[in-house]
Design a protein around this ligand. Structure first.
Ligand code: NAD
Ligand code: ZN
Length: 247
């Protein structure tokens, strides 16, 4: 039995599947990941949270990147990988998707919002960091784009940022707790398209394996979690998931 058949069998026998995704599932939709050659990391060193808070220049650079990135992310569509995962959900086999992505493509592929757990937030709106008042991106764009004026909260004057979690920013507590609970209850845990080096998100697949789930890793390159996995597929994501869910 080859590894694709093995994975198809495991999926057939499991009913509490949890999928965990990283930037790699969205590269086939045209959104670059961070660490691959040509990825975002090579072009832009990430701006961490303390820099964002401390420096107006950093905030300007963050908004500049955000609006440049939106030309790609705003038009991206779910690919074969997202669609295969949505099929598992429709079959009632998948409990939820835990994602590090901020692109909203799992929701667009048909998985209900309440079953997509976003560990690193969402880039489709902005928020005041003090009072959490929401601001739409259209509002921010109107303020920012003419002369790079930084948006401030209209309620309290606080600093406004996209609703994503930057490096150095506290993780969302409810999402992390739910992700851990789902990992513990899963019987099959698929970690897809993540380099598994961003913590604490990368702990979630380990927690699943420690609590008895079979851990499957699908990623182009090896990860440090590979040794505890039941199966590691160093393959392209879209084609692999498409084949496996149709076997
Ligand atoms: P990462 O960039 O560190 O790792 C992506 C992994 O996917 C790499 O190991 C790469 O080899 C693999 N990969 C890429 N395309 C693939 C394909 N088609 N088939 C198989 N493997 C493929 O991503 P990460 O682990 O998610 O961590 C980076 C952080 O950046 C995350 O926190 C995430 O929030 C954020 N991010 C999100 C997006 C998005 O929302 N689409 C994009 C870039 C970065
Ligand atoms: Zn405010």
């Amino acid at each position: 039995m080859d590894d694709l058949e093995q994975l198809a069998k495991l999926i057939e026998r499991s009913n509490q599947i949890v999928v965990f995704t990283g930037a790699g599932i969205s590269t086939e939709s045209g959104i670059p990941d961070f660490r691959s050659p040509g990825g975002l990391w090579e072009k832009n060193r990430p701006i961490d949270f303390s820099e964002y808070m401390a420096s107006e220049d950093a905030r300007r650079e963050a908004w500049r990147r955000k609006f440049a990135m939106d030309e790609v992310m705003g038009n991206a569509k779910p690919n074969k990988g997202h669609e295969a995962i949505a099929r598992l959900y429709e079959l009632g086999k998948l409990n939820c998707v835990i994602t590090q992505n901020i692109d909203g493509l799992h929701q667009q592929s048909g998985i209900p919002e309440e079953d997509v757990i976003e560990l690193h937030g969402n880039t489709t709106y902005a928020k005041c960091l003090d009072c959490h008042e929401r601001m739409s991106l259209d509002e921010v764009r109107e303020i920012f784009q003419p002369e790079e004026t930084l948006p401030i909260c209209q309620k309290c004057g606080g600093i406004v940022k996209t609703a994503t979690i930057s490096f150095g920013q506290p993780m969302p507590i409810r999402e992390m707790q739910r992700a851990e609970m789902e990992a513990i209850e899963s019987d099959l845990f698929l970690a897809i398209g993540s380099s598994l080096v961003v913590y604490p998100a990368a702990d979630i697949p380990v927690i699943a394996a420690q609590h008895g789930a079979k851990l499957i890793i699908i990623n182009r390159e090896p990860t440090q979690v590979d040794p505890i996995a039941t199966l590691v597929l160093n393959k392209e994501i879209g084609e692999t998931l498409d084949l496996v869910t149709k076997l």
